[in-house]
Every structure is written in structure tokens, then in C-alpha cells.
Design a binder for this molecule. Structure first.
Ligand code: GLC
Length: 444
């Protein structure tokens, strides 16, 4: 094992510590905040899912930081459970912030949310401390956020009763080609970044015209994406909440969470599994249209607890390990290599090709869950290779492993969780093993 990897905890701690933001809010709310921003200088505000990833990592490295960041996330929660995707604690507002903030309901936070990882964050704190009183204090707020999504983001008249995201920023997979068609982005035309910018603002404008009222938003029928990542993390989040309720001996609450998770998981597999392609695709609009672009999100259902073995094996053997699609030298490309929209260029548009550590983290967990231990280890090894080669970057070139986007990026420290929680055994084993060829085993 290299010296670099031996020292990785210290390196990750340094990045997270350097990115700490702590003060009293610059708006008139007079609230004390503590969070780790994704990267200085690119991203100085607090982002919901970034913070959850930082909490997961700091549950291993510095539990006090983890708890303070978690508690800060809840400070702007609305009565109905809503949590914003961005918290504007600080005064420094960028040009883009200025453009978008005029559509939001408040100046202190955005009016859209982000992929739910909050239950994972609370669970990590519990695993680190085993302090049931802490869970008792905060589980209600976390549950409120999940219930908010459950009650407001499923369209009562839609036959596919899954969650809709109302803006691309809600998934966190900003400019993915998955969203080109729903936003009428024409890739054959020039000026993709400006088409995208227009679309992002247009989306906010429509939400604002609907007064952020879900009934009107469903009626307007613009975008409404049933995102795979958003729904899968949500389903597994309810399961994690159920585990915590079991610890609290609140059986009824645990059962409700499991029941909802099971129902939604069944719908997701039934509706979004494309047998012919052997991949998952979400739908958009009230008509449930499909945009069949192969992205890393098509593999995310691997995290689902009850995913049938044959489906998991197809995702792994036919796609993840396919060198023409997702098994690049430094996987997992956010868009399959053989997609016409795949791009490894730094264009300002995110999620159109490069590899991201948080996606690898999800997939490694899914692989372990479904017994693909060997593949999980290989993906973990390639993920460590990325960090060793190019540090903690925002994203990476999927073939060369070069650093792309922002540097010293918070959630890329998720490799610590991969190491500590998923592979808490002899690290030399990961790095020195002669890998056996991965084959489809009988029964899969
Ligand atoms: C980019 C990412 C998004 C993330 C944000 C802050 O917009 O696409 O997922 O939350 O940066 O890191």
C-alpha cells in the first residue's frame, strides 16, 4: 500500500477542516452556523447533500464536527419538513446566486431541495456514538423531511406513484444529458452552456409563477422528473429511519417507514426496469416519457435492498463491468462512454461524462449489499487510485484519472467511509491482491 493511502485520514481531515465555515448568519436571522463548504473558492455556501456526505465522513474523523454540521442543516427547516438545497449563511453572493435568488421565496435559502441523504447522515452519527438520546432528539426532524417529500412530491393523479423532482438541481446531477430532452435542450445546436443557463432560469421562473405550489406545478406539467437517484436514496432512507425507530423501540413508526419503502421499491422496479436494455430509466412529465440516456444513474438501483438477483447481475456484468460503457480505467463515468452525448471536456456543464466519488460510494455499497464483494473491492481500489493520482477533486477524467472541476472538494473524502465502514479490514488486501477475473457466477 502506498504512503499516500496510509495517510489518507489525515489528508481528508485537512481538507474538511480547511473548508469549515463558522459564524453568525449574515442575514437578519442571527443564527449561529457551522458547516463545511464543498470547496473554496468555488462553492462557499452550504449544500444539503454535500453536507450529508461530510457528516458521514466526519462521523469517522471528528464526530463533533459531524453533529454541528447536521444540526446546522436543520436550522432552516420549514414547518412542513422542507429543507433547501442551498443555505445562504454568508454574505458573499455570486453573480449566479443573484440571478437565481430572485425566484426563491426567501433570501436565506433556496426553495428547491436536494437528493435525500439526511437519514444516512443521522445513522452515521448513531453508528459512531451509539447515543440513542441524540437520535431521539433529531429523528422527528429527519422524518419530517422524508414525509414532506412523500406527501408533496407524488402526484396523486399519476399512475406511477414515485417522487418528482421539480428542478434539475434537486437531483444534484445538474446538467446531465438525461435532462436534455425534458428541458428541450437541442444538442445538435451550438452554445450548449447558454441553452442550459436559459433552461435553468426558465425552470425557476415557472416554479415561481406557480407560487411554489405543488398542485399548480403538477398542473403546469413542466419537467417533473421521476429521478432514479432521488427515489432510490429516498427509499433506502426510509429503511434507515426504520432501523433507528427499532432502536428507539417505536415499532409502529418503523413499520410505516418499511411499508412505504417496500411499496415504492416495487413500483420503481416494475416501472423503471428496462428489460431489453438491462438498465433503469426514470420518466418525466405527467405522461411519463422516457429519455433513454445511459448514465451512472441507471446503475443506482443496486442500492435497493430487495433488488432481484438477476437484475443486479445484469447491471453489474452487462453494464458496470462493460469497458465500452462504464468500466473505464477510472470509473464510473457519469455518462456511458458509448453515448453520443458523453463528453470528457471541461465545458462548465457538469455530469456529462467525468467520474464522481459519491456515485462510486453508492455503487460500492450496492455491490456489497448484493454479494458482489469482488467487484466492490475492485471499484474501491480504482477509486483510491483516483485520489492517489489526483487528490480530492470535484470530478475526474474517467480514462486518465486527471483532476477536473474544483479542488479540495469535500465529498470526495467519502473514500474514508468506503475504507472504514465498507472495508474495515486489511487495506493491504485491497491493494496487493492479484485480482481474479470477474465472472458471472451460477445463480446470477
Ligand atoms: C454542483 C453539483 C451538485 C453539488 C454542488 C455543490 O452543482 O452538481 O451536486 O451539490 O455542486 O458541490
Amino acid at each position: 500500500m502506498s504512503e499516500y493511502i496510509k495517510d489518507i485520514d489525515v489528508k481528508a481531515s485537512t481538507i474538511l477542516e480547511n473548508n469549515i465555515q463558522e459564524d453568525i448568519a449574515q442575514n437578519n436571522l442571527n443564527i449561529k452556523y457551522f458547516y463545511i463548504c464543498p470547496s473554496i473558492p468555488e462553492y462557499q455556501h452550504q449544500w444539503l447533500w454535500d453536507s450529508c456526505f461530510h457528516i458521514i465522513v466526519n462521523s469517522h474523523l471528528n464526530i463533533e464536527y459531524a453533529k454541528k454540521e447536521f444540526e446546522t442543516l436543520l436550522k432552516l427547516q420549514e414547518d412542513n419538513g422542507f429543507l433547501p438545497h442551498i443555505y445562504y449563511w454568508k454574505g458573499n453572493i455570486t453573480q449566479i446566486d443573484q440571478l437565481v435568488r430572485k425566484y426563491y421565496k426567501f433570501l436565506s435559502k433556496s426553495s428547491i431541495t436536494q437528493t435525500p441523504i439526511l437519514a444516512d447522515a443521522l445513522c452515521s452519527i448513531y453508528r459512531a456514538e451509539k447515543n440513542i438520546e441524540y437520535i431521539r432528539t433529531y429523528i422527528g426532524a429527519v422524518r419530517d423531511f422524508y414525509d414532506f417529500l412523500y406527501t408533496t412530491r407524488r402526484n396523486p393523479v399519476d399512475p406511477i406513484s414515485l417522487l418528482n423532482i421539480i428542478h434539475v438541481w434537486e437531483s444534484g446531477i445538474d446538467n446531465s444529458p438525461l435532462y436534455d430532452a425534458p428541458l428541450n435542450i437541442d444538442t445538435s445546436k451550438e452554445k450548449l452552456p447558454s441553452q442550459w443557463m436559459k433552461a435553468l432560469l426558465e425552470q425557476l421562473n415557472i416554479l415561481n409563477l406557480c407560487e411554489w405550489n405543488m398542485e399548480k406545478i403538477f398542473e403546469m406539467n413542466f419537467f417533473l422528473f421521476k429521478d432514479i437517484l432521488f427515489n432510490c436514496t429516498f427509499i433506502e432512507g426510509y429503511r434507515l429511519l426504520a432501523e433507528l425507530y427499532d432502536q428507539l423501540e417505536e415499532k409502529g413508526e418503523a413499520e410505516t417507514c418499511i411499508k412505504r419503502a417496500d411499496e415504492m421499491e416495487t413500483i420503481l422496479i416494475r416501472e423503471f426496469w428496462d428489460k431489453e436494455e438491462g438498465l433503469f430509466f426514470g420518466t418525466y412529465g405527467n405522461e411519463n416519457k422516457i429519455n433513454k440516456v445511459k448514465t451512472s444513474l441507471s446503475l443506482i438501483p443496486l442500492i435497493l435492498t430487495n433488488l432481484p438477483n438477476n437484475i443486479a447481475a445484469t447491471l453489474v456484468f452487462d453494464h458496470l463491468l462493460n469497458e465500452e460503457e462504464f468500466w473505464s480505467d477510472f470509473p464510473i463515468p457519469s455518462v456511458a462512454l458509448d453515448e453520443p452525448t458523453f463528453s470528457d471536456q471541461e465545458t462548465g456543464l457538469l455530469w456529462r461524462g467525468p467520474s464522481w466519488i459519491n456515485i462510486n460510494w453508492f455503487i460500492i455499497k450496492g455491490l456489497k449489499k448484493h454479494g458482489f464483494e469482488n467487484v466492490a473491492l475492485q471499484l474501491a481500489q480504482r477509486t483510491f487510485d483516483l485520489i492517489e493520482k489526483s487528490g480530492f477533486s470535484e470530478y475526474y477524467h474517467p480514462q486518465t484519472g486527471e483532476a477536473m472541476g474544483a479542488r479540495d472538494f469535500g465529498w470526495s473524502t467519502l473514500v474514508i467511509d468506503i475504507k472504514k465502514q465498507l472495508f474495515d479490514f486489511d487495506l493491504d488486501f485491497i491493494f496487493d491482491k492479484e485480482w481474479t477475473r470477474i465472472k458471472r457466477l451460477p445463480g446470477f
